[in-house]
Write a protein that binds this ligand. Structure first.
Ligand code: HEC
Ligand code: HEC
Length: 171
């Protein structure tokens, strides 16, 4: 297969996965709106990256924002005005395309059916590797995750990952 074909195939896969979202952002590969609310970046990007709002439906964001005191084992509480501002922005930019139409278990992006399918080739030992630790740590493998870019061509190997565990990157 030529590299042109490979590129086309990746573009098609992304288009199929993100359907409407891709249409809405036809000028970029990003899953985030062009302008990210500074408060979201600041308050929700300190413990992990500020996940693209389009990866969860509004209903999941609403639940997450109303339970910040018991947030996946952490206390991520915000004052009411800040929570209200961020919550409204997340709901306005929540995913509306088919793959994201219902909330995944625990409102986790990483428990979404599309997520599990896209990552099915990754060896179990990769998820627990010291430089990954969690599937939620997108940036360990997606070099431009902080910019909302999860395209195949910005993938990287987690630091120190044994060559034998790199199959999913090289298929
Ligand atoms: C005090 C640290 C902290 C802050 C601040 C924080 N989070 Fe989290 N968040 C966590 C932890 C810990 C997890 C679980 C990560 C894991 O399973 O590896 C998590 C997980 C998540 C997940 C699920 C990731 C997955 O598995 O798909 C979402 C979505 C999320 N946070 C959104 C937010 C939002 C929105 C905010 C801002 C209001 C926020 N977080 C602020 C600590 C934090
Ligand atoms: C341990 C490394 C790793 C982590 C962590 C990871 N990914 Fe991935 N991701 C990959 C690999 C490798 C692929 C390509 C798999 C394949 O093509 O078989 C991929 C594919 C994808 C794709 C499909 C890209 C395309 O063009 O089809 C999306 C979207 C994606 N990941 C999003 C995420 C998000 C969002 C997170 C965090 C919540 C995340 N990933 C965490 C390694 C990872």
């Amino acid at each position: 297969m030529t590299s042109h074909n490979l590129h086309l195939r990746a573009a098609c896969a992304a288009a199929i996965a993100f359907g409407l979202l891709t249409l809405a952002h036809a000028d970029s590969a990003s899953l985030s709106p062009r302008t990210v609310l500074p408060a979201y970046q600041q308050e929700c990007g300190s413990c992990h990256l500020a996940y693209p709002p389009g990866l969860l439906p509004a209903s999941a964001w609403r639940r997450i924002m109303s339970g910040l005191d018991a947030h996946y084992g952490s206390d991520a509480s915000l004052d009411a005005a800040m929570a209200q501002q961020i919550g409204a922005w997340l709901e306005a930019h929540g995913g509306t395309y088919k793959r994201v139409s219902s909330a995944p278990p625990q409102d986790r992006i990483t428990r979404s059916a599309w997520f599990e399918r896209k990552h099915r080739r990754i060896e179990p030992a990769v998820w627990t590797h010291a430089s990954v630790k969690s599937a939620a740590n997108c940036a360990a493998c997606h070099g431009r995750a902080d910019q909302g870019d999860y395209e195949d061509d910005s993938l990287r190997y987690p630091t120190g990952l044994d060559a034998r565990l790199r199959g999913a990157w090289n298929h």
